[in-house]
Design a protein around this ligand. Sequence first.
Ligand SMILES: [Zn+2]
Length: 260
Amino acid sequence: MKIVYHPLMRESYDHTPAGAPGRLETSVEILSKHPDYEFVEARPATEEEINRAHAPGHIKRVKADYDSTREDLLYQVATLAAGGAIMTAEIAVQGEPAFGLIRPPGHHASHSSYWGFCYYSNLALSLLALRTNGLIEFAFVLDFDLHVGDGTIDILGHDKQFIIHNPKGQGDDAYLADVQDALKKHPDVDIIAASAGFDQYERGWGGNLTTQAFHEIGRLMFEFAEEHCENRRYGLLEGGYNHEDLGKNILAFCEGLRGV
Ligand SMILES: [Zn+2]
């Protein structure tokens, strides 16, 4: 299974928890050593691709917004995250699972504003790229981050071709039941994509889900994709701030996503 990533994402590009030093270390360590995962290097998104979801002037604001010692690092990494998201979707639409090990996250980036450690709407950009190229019509977005993906909703929420679901539920069982219910209601899509946040983790900010629950979410997506949308499924990293366990949780999700 392909993991889309770029070495620049390992560097701390801003002072938010998402851009913190060391955040991706365990993920890179675990996935790069695992024989069933292959790293592919993210490319930067083009301005045309970014402008599909964002207002004129948005890119300029991201370029001007930095608190890093390297003044264009944030812009570079954000552009790679957006391009990496599109690459991840392009792999998945061929029927092969893929995961975007990317940062900064994207689900709090709206059409003309951003907050919550996000800059570009990686997930919206990835789906809009597929639709623009005639590869999909309808998509299901499962956003299992602790926080509601207000940016994704702002950009895609009024478009009938995109269904966005943020599951709720205290504890693994209630949460997974909500995911299952939502999947049952929306079988007629061409692809399923996850805003994969790991901040619901029991030893994370949300204090809610176990590692096994992330595996189950991946597995439910695998089964859904197999039955309804020609095996097309992918995930993009959003939140998740327990550095030590992030790699383990991402691996659990990816194993489920590839049907293991
Ligand atoms: Zn979050």
